[in-house]
Design a protein around this ligand. Sequence first.
Ligand SMILES: [Fe+2]
Ligand SMILES: [Fe+2]
Length: 141
Amino acid sequence: MAGITKDQLLELLNKDLALEYTAIVQYTQHQGVLKGAMYQNIQKELIIHAQEELQHATIIVAQIDYLGGVPTVDVPPAKISEDNVIMLQQDLAGENDAIARYIARIKQAEELNLYHLAHQLRNILVMEQEHAMDLEQALGR
Ligand SMILES: [Fe+2]
Ligand SMILES: [Fe+2]
């Protein structure tokens, strides 16, 4: 069975990186337009999420560069809404997508014996789970 190549992994990491940029933009916009006192706590959390997504992007840039790739500057479009609940659902969907992608990416990194990369991705995965939990709590799930 043919496994993943380093070039394929680099391409996937660049997609992850692009979506980290999108998350920064989306959280920054959403925290600014969330309305109402009930949403004050989650609004503060979204500001922290945006900053943590920048940390993730910075880590992935370093890893792509180390592996001989060129980090992307693509930013796929963010999702917006005028409705608080829809915004938080959009953010949660993004986190659940990130969790699934990073679980796959950790397996792929280990398949190529890139344990240092897998370790960094695990740290990111833990933070994405925390983000998802914050959003689920705010959505009353
Ligand atoms: Fe992230
Ligand atoms: Fe996140």
